[in-house]
Design a protein around this ligand. Structure first.
Ligand SMILES: Cc1cc2nc3c(=O)[nH]c(=O)nc-3n(C[C@H](O)[C@H](O)[C@H](O)COP(=O)(O)O)c2cc1C
Length: 393
């Protein structure tokens, strides 16, 4: 068996109190506050505790060249080497470790910026259920937050309170202003309504469809859409979870932005589609009646092809998703549809359902759109106190 160190490794000196039952028996409060080293490997989902001897061993093993396990056993002791292998911090060529090895390979093939890779690898959720947490009383209301943390930093943020603000003219409102005014996040969808094919198709084409391309060099094609995208790359893909769309069977689809067509990925029963919708939005039950959800994923291979080890690239692809989301909001508003965006998603569950290649492509955010319910059960910002312009302050 051949071994080498994983490609990207961060170490944190962690001192978050952690529950340890044993301390209760010795008169403690159940919390262990001793500092410990945590190793974050980019190909693992969770950090693993390590000691200084293990860190020294990791330092001694090559990141790039494979070494015979026997030679490492002789040099460092079999138990110590096998412990790091079991934790995933050493990678092997054995079939049993193919999953970790493939993930580690993705971090070698793509010119990731290491801190972004760490955040991407370790920031995921798989089974968070906000509805269940609410039922357990674990979600704080606004009042409870103010009670616990004090008032939020004020919305009317002044940087030079001693200076008199320079009043700006207010232009006459246009139809576009009216559209912007109507935009809002819908949390009440009609659970029985089917989305018309025309609405569905128009939304996909307007928001995620390519308007055209320009070849900048053979092998380097810029894409034009209705939203801007860093580097003209449009390294964001759209995957559709269809529940009730006219003329389409429930299931998972991939939108082909160049062809304005759908690739069927997996057919689903209505019950399975409903369960997946609940899981995708991390149990935010106010969203799950929507007839269609669109998951936006980042293609890191395309992104880091241009922005190699670039400190801003990961930020750029999140901004791209935000722009697409706003175009989606405006388009849905114009068509009289309710819509939402959420980043509170079980992204690991989404990635697995879509069979995305780990660390090469991953879900960033999810949007949904469809007919609104007649009755509003969950709060929306449909009513608010308009800002009265205070010219004197
Ligand atoms: C990046 C982003 C993430 C959001 N995530 C959630 C979410 O997880 N759950 C939710 O109910 N609303 C979510 N929203 C919607 C906001 O709560 C909403 O935009 C805000 O309350 C203002 O309301 P409005 O969109 O009607 O103006 C998100 C909005 C944005 C831009």
């Amino acid at each position: 068996m051949l071994l080498r160190r994983c490609q990207h490794l961060f170490v944190e000196l962690d001192q978050e109190p952690r529950f340890v039952f044993g301390t209760l028996l010795t008169g403690g409060d159940g919390l262990d506050r001793t500092p410990r080293w945590l190793a974050y490997a980019a190909h693992l989902d969770e950090p693993v505790p390590v000691d200084l001897d293990q860190l020294a061993l990791l330092q001694a093993v090559s990141r790039d060249d494979w070494a015979e396990a026997g030679a490492l056993h002789q040099a460092h002791g079999e138990a110590a080497v096998q412990a790091l292998l079991a934790q995933g911090l050493l990678v092997s060529d054995a079939d049993a470790h193919a999953g970790w090895r493939d993930r580690d390979q993705a971090t070698r093939d793509i010119a990731w910026w290491t801190p972004a890779l760490m955040a991407q690898a370790h920031g995921g959720w798989r089974d968070l259920d906000i509805q269940a947490r609410g039922e357990q009383g674990l979600m704080l209301s606004s009042q409870q937050m103010v009670d616990a943390f004090g008032a939020a930093p004020e919305p009317d943020y002044r940087r030079a309170p001693e200076a008199t603000p320079l009043a700006l003219p207010v232009a006459e409102a246009s139809d576009f202003d009216a559209l912007l005014q109507r935009r809002r996040t819908c949390r009440n969808f009609d659970a029985n309504a089917t989305l018309a094919q025309d609405d569905f198709s128009t939304m996909l084409r307007r928001v995620w469809g390519a308007l055209g391309t320009r070849t900048l060099a053979p092998g380097a094609v810029a894409v034009k859409k209705t939203s801007p995208a860093g580097g003209g790359l449009h390294a964001v893909e759209a995957y559709v979870l269809v529940r009730r769309v006219e003329g389409l069977a429930p299931g998972l689809y991939h939108y082909l932005s160049m062809r304005h067509a759908l690739e069927p990925l997996q057919a689903l029963s209505p019950q399975d589609a409903a369960a997946l919708a609940h899981r995708f939005v991390a149990g935010q039950d106010w969203f799950e009646d929507v007839p269609v959800m669109v998951v936006m994923t980042a293609r890191f291979d395309r992104l880091f092809w241009k922005y190699r080890r670039h400190a801003k690239a990961w930020r750029v692809v999140h901004l791209d998703v935000g722009h697409l989301s706003q175009t989606m909001y405006l388009s849905a508003t114009e068509r009289g549809l309710g819509c939402f965006v959420t980043a509170a998603i079980n992204d690991r569950a989404v990635d697995e359902a879509l069979r995305l290649r780990p660390l090469r492509e991953a879900a960033i955010a999810l949007v949904g759109f469809g007919p609104r319910a007649a009755e509003m059960r969950t709060m929306e910002l449909d009513q608010f106190d308009p800002v009265e312009l205070d010219r004197e302050a």
